[in-house]
Write a protein that binds this ligand. Structure first.
Ligand code: C2E
Ligand code: MG
Ligand code: MG
Ligand code: MG
Length: 282
């Protein structure tokens, strides 16, 4: 087809290909540089505990302040970071930074639980347990306040070692959370086969919850099953009062979503916590 368009058509085609490859290469290069230059930062999205109506925890979500492209969201660079393996040092930075911030909040009299996301590449990395242990030790952040979020597919990709790795991590005292639950090749048997503490119901089940009777039936069953297995249930992507009320009635323990707050910078978290009178303080 390129040939029938003559020389120009063919050139256009190859130039486009080169532009894509070049863009990727540049992004790859600036990812490495960005890590060295401290261009990444963590934002924290509050998670509201339903029984106390307080912020017991936050989820750390990575952002990249790119020198020319502006603030980038994880969807714009995490897949490439995973592909090229940079997610391993980047993920270590996330863990250490979250622990450092968590320890600082504790010094300021705030015991906030922090959840971080682990990618599949990190989970299968030898030495993960030692890395988590050393991040906790170096920062002084208590393991009991750290949540590690993994998706079902991460666990399933590492089926053979997953139970053992999760068990060893859990022995450190951290909680294991299954993220985006219901979006992967979910098998309910995983819920009892693997040592887990928290089930995060994916946003896709929350969206239509208030109107859709079938979504309600699924979420009700999920919450009841999770509770029967001794898991804490967190709902993701709660955007309106109708969803919140339905989840509350179904017995959901913790909620996270734009209704309460988006992910915030540290400065914004401090302001947010100060304006909520019943935030747990020590
Ligand atoms: P996730 O772990 O499921 O995080 C929740 C995502 O949903 C966040 O997007 C959050 O901003 C967004 N969100 C929260 N509440 C609402 C809501 O009410 N409505 C809607 N529409 N969205 C909501 P974000 O920050 O863009 O992160 C996207 C994904 O990137 C995360 O999904 C996680 O899988 C990954 N990610 C983020 N930070 C890290 C990290 O440090 N390491 C790794 N490996 N992955 C990360
Ligand atoms: Mg998550
Ligand atoms: Mg999630
Ligand atoms: Mg999600």
């Amino acid at each position: 087809r390129a040939k029938s368009q003559g020389r120009n058509g063919y050139q256009l085609f190859t130039e486009t290909m080169n532009a894509d490859a070049l863009g990727r290469l540049l992004l790859e290069h600036s990812l490495y540089k960005g890590l060295g230059r401290g261009e990444f930062s963590l934002y924290y999205q509050p998670q509201i505990e339903m029984n106390t109506w307080s912020i017991g925890s936050v989820e750390a979500l990575i952002r990249w302040r790119h020198p020319t492209l502006g603030l980038l969201l994880p969807g714009q660079f995490i897949p490439l970071a995973e592909e090229i393996g940079l997610i391993v040092p980047l993920g270590e930075w996330v863990l250490r930074e979250a622990c450092r911030q968590g320890a600082l909040w504790r010094e300021q009299g705030r015991s906030i639980r922090i959840a971080i996301n682990l990618s599949a590449r990190q989970f299968e990395q030898a030495g993960l347990v030692e890395m988590v242990q050393s991040a906790l030790q170096d920062s002084g952040f208590p393991a009991e306040l750290l949540d590690l979020e993994l998706t079902e597919s991460t666990i399933i990709q590492n089926k053979d070692n997953a139970a053992e790795t999760l068990g060893t991590l859990r022995e450190l005292g951290v909680r294991i959370c299954i993220d985006d639950f219901g979006t992967g090749y979910s098998s309910l048997s995983y819920l009892r086969r693997f040592p887990l503490d928290v089930l995060k119901i994916d946003r896709s089940f929350v969206t239509g919850l208030a109107e859709d009777a079938r979504d309600q039936a699924v979420v009700r069953a999920l919450i009841d099953l999770a509770h029967a297995l001794g898991l804490v249930v967190i709902a993701e992507g709660v955007e309106n009062v109708a969803q919140r009320n339905t989840l509350f009635d179904l017995g959901c323990d913790v909620m996270q979503g734009f209704l309460f707050s988006p992910a915030l910078s540290v400065e914004e978290v401090d302001i947010f916590l100060d304006t909520i009178p019943n935030t747990r303080r020590h």
